[in-house]
Design a protein around this ligand. Structure first.
Ligand code: HEM
Length: 150
């Protein structure tokens, strides 16, 4: 656990990956009470709303040049003034992802063990698609090379 806490750069890479490619790009909620939006629109109780997580993560107000992959957006000093709900790959509130801490540990473990043995790179583009969760429409083409420890 202590070692995983030290993997700061991998953590930023995972966070930035989940910003651009949130595994759950849309969630739904039934509205319990009427909401008056600042735009003047009233959302009546009982409505079903879609929360577009991928849309929130591309809001230029929070993420300048949102299409650019930049793990350093998640440096502590860059995050300090960001709105708490500007980054919600695991949703937020009472029904958020119960597995988010485990998911982060699992990803750090898998990625770090993998990178100790292999180099990996993209081979062509991936077309994002969605079947409830985000996935590739044309597969993930990658190259792998055993890592030679110098
Ligand atoms: C990168 C990995 C993961 C992502 C991005 C993710 C994302 C999410 C999101 C966005 C929700 C909320 C759905 C909603 O609000 O309607 C959710 C719910 C949930 N997730 Fe995850 N999840 C991940 C991994 C995991 C893992 C590893 C587990 C279990 C070990 C897990 C268990 C759950 C459960 C049980 C819920 C439902 C919680 C509830 O409704 O109260 N997730 N997840």
């Amino acid at each position: 656990m202590e070692l995983f806490n030290e993997l700061k750069y991998i953590e930023r890479v995972i966070k930035e990956t989940l910003r651009i490619y949130p595994s759950v790009p849309v969630i739904g909620r039934e509205i319990a009470k009427d909401i008056d939006l600042p735009s003047g629109y009233k959302v009546p109780a009982g409505s079903i709303m879609a929360v577009i997580i991928a849309g929130i993560h591309f809001n230029k107000k929070h993420y300048p040049n949102p299409e650019v992959f930049d793990p350093d957006r998640f440096l502590p000093e860059k995050m300090v003034n960001r709105h708490p709900y500007s980054y919600v790959p695991f949703s937020a509130g009472p029904r958020n992802c119960i597995g988010q801490r485990f998911a982060m540990l699992e990803l750090k473990s898998a990625i770090s063990h993998f990178l100790l043995k292999y180099e990996i790179g993209a081979e062509g583009d991936t077309l994002p698609g969605m079947i409830l969760t985000l996935q590739s429409d044309n597969g993930h083409k990658v190259w792998l090379r055993p890592r030679v420890n110098k």
